[in-house]
Ligand binder design. Structure first.
Ligand SMILES: Cc1cc2nc3c(=O)[nH]c(=O)nc-3n(C[C@H](O)[C@H](O)[C@H](O)COP(=O)(O)OP(=O)(O)OC[C@H]3O[C@@H](n4cnc5c(N)ncnc54)[C@H](O)[C@@H]3O)c2cc1C
Ligand code: FES
Length: 325
């Protein structure tokens, strides 16, 4: 089956392979994050042809189905197709690799957050764009984690939240030992800074700060980057001790707004939801581009509210930390 995009790119689709995987195999990169139908990042319009659903398109509303929207991570081509997906050339040449990774450092930053550094083989040449994630594989369990470090660093750093009864949480919080051997597969995802020369709003909940930390640190270290527009980070947590990262920038000017979801004694910052606070504080959207990472509930609410306030959909980028199946 031949799959054609509105940009005029074309590639082969197989009945048993998602359109997204078929594109990736042909060195085309469309927007994606979770790859399991939950986040909606890979949503596009089916212009002609028919698809088969390989896994449930959970993120689609009934209205979107009626409008011929599909999730490219869930559907395969049943006939020749034309779709409205855009190839992200910035990610061309970034190869997804499976590599051994040794645990080199473990630091518990709070009862429920751990920072883990992984050392890759010296010859690995693991390249990524700040904001992307990798899958970590331990004992046949596979989970996705955003990379919190920057690409010029030798090791990769992850910021991991504990989930009650979580299989990987049990490893990270009870079993991990320095020098343990894991595997990683990556880099993955399309959450990266499209254009640094625009007003930037970052929204994060919990460890959703990880890729934002990576993006901001790469800007801080970029000798060619001159900041001409405001950068604001709204970071939400449930408890004050979960604000485990304090930025220390010399060049970048970033306005940080820490937000607690529920008021507690002695909290001088904002309380509520990051998306509500951000929208209240922004006097006008102008050319603002929004990058949101963390809980799917925050991302879906933020997207809907920002779009309702006039933000074009293509200026909202997100990475939802949804559950793995
Ligand atoms: C693209 C992507 C990037 C991610 N990056 C990070 C990251 O940088 N840091 C980080 O801490 N996590 C991240 N996650 C989430 C992570 O992959 C796991 O889902 C999470 O760590 C839980 O795994 P677990 O094995 O401990 O729990 P599981 O054994 O999978 O589940 C245990 C319990 O927790 C619930 N649960 C599991 N995962 C979630 C979830 N994500 N949201 C709500 N409930 C859940 C399950 O329903 C179950 O009841 C990311 C997810 C994705 C898709
Ligand atoms: S729904 Fe397809 S990438 Fe998340």
């Amino acid at each position: 089956m031949l799959i054609l995009t509105t940009e005029g790119k074309q590639f082969d689709g197989l009945e048993e392979q998602s359109i997204l995987d078929a594109a990736l195999k042909s060195d085309l990169v469309f927007e994606y994050s979770c790859k399991n139908g939950q986040c909606g990042v890979c949503k596009t319009t089916l212009l002609t042809g028919k698809v088969v659903e390989l896994q449930a398109q959970l993120a689609l509303t009934d209205q979107e189905r009626r409008e011929d929207k599909i999730l490219t991570c869930c559907c395969a081509a049943a006939t020749d197709l034309e779709i409205d997906s855009v190839d992200l050339s910035a990610l061309h040449g970034i190869e997804i690799k499976t590599l051994p990774a040794r645990v080199s450092h473990v630091a518990y930053l709070s009862d429920n957050i751990v920072e883990v550094r992984l050392r890759l083989p010296p010859t690995a040449n693991f390249q990524f764009i700040e904001g992307q994630y990798a899958d970590v594989i331990w004992n046949s369990i596979r989970r996705s984690y955003s990379i919190a470090s920057i690409s010029s660093e030798k090791e990769i750093t992850l910021l991991i939240k504990r989930f009650e009864n979580g299989q990987m949480s049990d490893y990270w919080f009870n079993k991990i030992q320095a020098n343990d051997l894991l595997r990683i597969e990556g880099p993955k995802g399309t959450f990266f800074l499209r254009d640094a020369h625009q007003p930037l709003v970052f929204l994060a909940t919990g460890t959703g700060i990880a890729p934002i930390k990576s993006i901001l640190q790469s800007l801080e270290q970029d000798a060619n980057y001159q900041q001409g527009n405001p950068i604001t980070v709204y970071w939400g947590n449930r408890f004050p001790e979960e604000f485990v990262w304090q930025a220390d920038f010399h060049k970048l000017k970033v306005d940080f707004c820490n937000v607690l979801s529920r008021p507690v004694a002695d909290w001088a910052g904002e309380t509520g939801y990051v998306q509500d606070i951000a929208l209240t504080r922004l006097s006008s959207l102008g050319n603002t581009v929004v990058y949101a990472c963390g809980s799917n509930a925050m991302i879906q609410s933020a997207k809907q509210q920002f779009i309702a306030s006039g933000l074009p959909e293509n200026r909202f980028h997100s990475d939802a930390f949804v559950q793995s199946f």
